[in-house]
Write a protein that binds this ligand. Sequence first.
Ligand code: RNT
Ligand code: ZN
Length: 412
Amino acid sequence: MQLYEHAKNAYKALGVDTDKALELLAGKAISIHCWQGDDVTGFDSGAAGGGIQATGDYPGKARSFEELTADFAKAISFIPGKKRINLHASYAVFPDGKRVERDAITFEHFKPWVEFAREQGIGIDFNPTCFGHPRVKDGLTLSSPCDETRRFWIEHCKRSREIANAIGEALNDKVLCNIWIPDGYKNVPADRLSPRKRLQASLDEILAGALPHVIDCVESKVFGIGLESYTVGSNEFYVTYAASKKGVYPLLDNGHYHPTECTADKIPALLCFFDKIPLHITRPVRWDSDHVTLFDDTTREICMEIVRNNALDKVLMGLDFFDASINRIAAWAMGTRAVQKALLYALLMPHDALRKAQDAGDFTTVMALQEQMKTLPFGEVWAQHCKNESVPQDGEWLAEVRAYEENILLKR
Ligand code: RNT
Ligand code: ZN
């Protein structure tokens, strides 16, 4: 307590209210992806694919709804604040193993998830799963020149939206429904326009008519493994598509741009035109877009843009990483806590003073303040947050993960 009081005063001297920051942090929901728990495998005999891959063979991955929900519940017991779970359509739960195809799934298959979310007091977000499936033809889904293939995936996406809407209705909530497709080419294409025209027509059909409980978004990508030369759903394509359609938003995944591009800077650009910005926060490393998030510069910059622009209510923060080389529950806990730390760091920035200095053209002060805030007693404020939220401190949760590993994961 004494340590927190000391930190509180240090921030107060810069005009920053730490209590207020903690209140805002506790109320900001983070949408945690279910797919870290099983390496993006899902329950419908699919697997990661389409340019994404979880690497590693850490033991104990979840193999069923029961295992995945138990692991997720364990992970979120270490995570403070408001939470949501982000589901993929491939996590449909089939009663008595009665599997249906992806173009035949309904809300019935997600009712167990709704019950789980209710029990845990969390919201749900949703994604059609257009990858890791035999109906992906020559690497293409919604942009395929094959009518049958396109129709299959259009139907899958339409059903996904309806499921998202039914989930929202059941939970009295808005559900983010995000379309990401793997479509692209390894080699230099001969025609870059036609696939995009076909994708545009498919999206028009899928997104026709607003659904009251759904927030629609589309996720771009610059490349994938085996899709190095061209992706149909590029940034320009989706940002323009979303801007031209009321109620459709472009989702920014910070692993989906050229390595030197700054995703944080895209947030204030899009805020000029969109009232919501969905995010996938991740950590790109060389060719991979999906390492576990850390309390690093990139994540802090993203959070600072959210806070500076008063956009806590506008930016829908979701996570997207999958690491199969470390304990998956630890990955969830560390990755989410890291993003929350970054958000707290941003909430503790002396923004008024910084902006004033910028407007006065005083970049000496801007730089000095930005440097000063880096060594303020941030850790004490984070520790207070964990205490307020009754979750373990840094250094305390790993022993619990190890016990769970020993008693449950290693027995699978
Ligand atoms: C892939 C996209 C996409 C997926 C998930 C599983 O590059 O980031 O969001 O990671 O849908
Ligand atoms: Zn993503």
